[in-house]
Design a protein around this ligand. Structure first.
Ligand code: SF4
Ligand code: SF4
Length: 92
């Protein structure tokens, strides 16, 4: 099974969707949820937030100084899987 490039502490996620928007800006230059690696889903009754992540679509923000989703998240939900860290040289 393919390893996930990112790791999520989903219990901390408020569903603000900032990561979704930041990802679409990186990948497509627009704010558009359909362009993002993420789909953020919040259950209307329970408020529980879940996420779908397109591991293949994620390029680990190779041209950015730091992965945009990690930078933007106010709750530190997202971390880089260290198995992929060495394959990408960030400019920081
Ligand atoms: S690392 Fe970049 S491409 Fe991957 S999910 Fe985060 S913002 Fe999207
Ligand atoms: S930016 Fe962080 S808190 Fe907001 S939806 Fe994404 S992971 Fe959740």
């Amino acid at each position: 099974m393919e390893k996930s490039k990112l790791i999520f502490n989903q219990d901390l996620c408020t569903g603000c969707r900032s990561c979704q928007m930041a990802c679409s800006l990186h990948l497509a230059g627009v704010f558009g949820p359909e362009e993002s690696c993420f789909e953020i889903i919040q259950d209307k009754e329970t408020g529980i937030v879940t996420r779908k992540f397109d591991n293949d679509k994620c390029d680990l923000c190779k041209d950015e100084t730091i992965p945009m989703c990690i930078r933007i998240c106010p709750r530190h939900v997202i971390q880089l899987n260290t198995d992929f860290r060495a394959k990408h040289v960030y400019k920081y």
